[in-house]
Design a protein around this ligand. Sequence first.
Ligand code: SF4
Length: 533
Amino acid sequence: MADSAEKPAGSRQKQAGRGTLTHIVHPFGPVYDKTSRVLILGSFPSVKSREMAFFYGHPRNRFWKVASAVRGEAVPSGIEEKRAFLLRNHIALWDVIHSCDIHGSSDSSIRNAVPNNLMPILRSAPIEMIYCNGAASWNLYEKYIRPAAGIPAVRLPSTSPANAAFSLDDLIKKWRRINAPIDHPELTVRSCRLCPRDCGIDRLFRRGFCGSPAWTVAARAALHPWEEPCISGANGSGTVFFTGCTLRCCFCQNYSISQENFGKSISTGRLAEIFLELQDQGANNINLVTATQYVPQVIEALEADRGLLRIPVVWNCGGYETVETVRALAPYVDVWLPDIKYFSADLAGKYSGARDYFPRAMAAVKEMIRLSGKPEFREEVLHRESAAQGTPAGEAGAQYGNTGAQYGDAAVGAVRADAPDAPQPAGYGQSLLLTRGVVIRHMVLPGQYRDSEEILRRIAAELPRGQFLISLMSQYTPFYKSSKHPEINRRITTYEYNKVLDTAIELGLDEGFMQEKSSAKEEYTPPFALQGI
Ligand code: SF4
């Protein structure tokens, strides 16, 4: 055996069915410094690496070729060059196992493993993402480290010569995703300022206002029929509901996930798989619901899907975003679906805990419009066999009036609830899907139609015409803690909704969607049972 002569200090040998097992303590230390942003874990050093006392010493292991190609550098040679390459590129390197009984370099022979303690690295370096080099490393991580640390790691294809299924080019493509956390130091969960709350806390060890950890937590991924028709279409929107929220709306219909934090921790590897699974199910788009607190993870997952995801990405948010976050997302997002919930700081403070809501949301929406430009559409291709679950093809999006059509002068009477069977106007109906642009949502609150009207006046005065759509929602239902505020503990009246609708039309805001009054139904809240997660 190649390594049978190896007898490091403290080693002892045992006989096992697969050959001689040698007890070995990891013979060298990790590489990292205070700027390391990704941590790459192997399983345990091979015989060659143990001889050289450095990582990936076997000449046929492709790690150094892959890592240098991904970072656009020449392949380093010699331990000091390799160490300098890693540190310069903010890459930390370590292994899952501290000591074990092992036969040669065989991961499958590992017995009596004792894991390494990652905390010294995680506490002193701003590691954003942990990657495992190959299935063996990932399996060991899942078995020995994740149960205690709770941090999901991403499995990358092994650079070992034994992984013959992957060519060097294939490996480089798959490993490119590590660039996202390395190259976006501003998108950090280790000193989180992803939203206007500006918590500045380390989400690996603490929770900020949103209650979200440093990794992704999600509650549902499924085809969703109840967005605007140009989003859901007939096939449904591939919706991922994320856990936690940067707002604290007392009437939130998704409160079990947004406020009570129901959900499952997943790696960005799994998130990237989920996006592709929704595409395979026939989704018209990937609809990211309340994902602001997971911007780095979403970007990393979308990077992993680069070249594979062919449908638009929809950013479906409460509008409470920083301009910086919108800019970081812009290369990855095709359709923006922000709320503008309140004009009044008093209402925003009272019902959502965000007195600065309107100026923040307005600035974010202006930036979304500036970055995305005029709305663009395409005809929907029906996938009858994969239509949104629970809703036959052709009925998805049905809550938005009968067609969710443009509500211009001629159209408005036709789509009002009191004339549901009237002929429908042409416009943004179910056959046209939005592929790019901004849809501003506003849900009318009970007793607050004057605030809605002020929002519309600001939109009309400050946002460029023809560059966005508007969706006026009547579906308010008194969920969650609404009962603590008697004035909003009811549904809105037809009078209130029509006042807002009339104001929109008077202001010329006539491109977009309205809802029938009957849209206020609890059934529009999907069940959260980790479907598709
Ligand atoms: S995303 Fe969460 S932790 Fe980060 S600033 Fe916003 S509320 Fe705070």
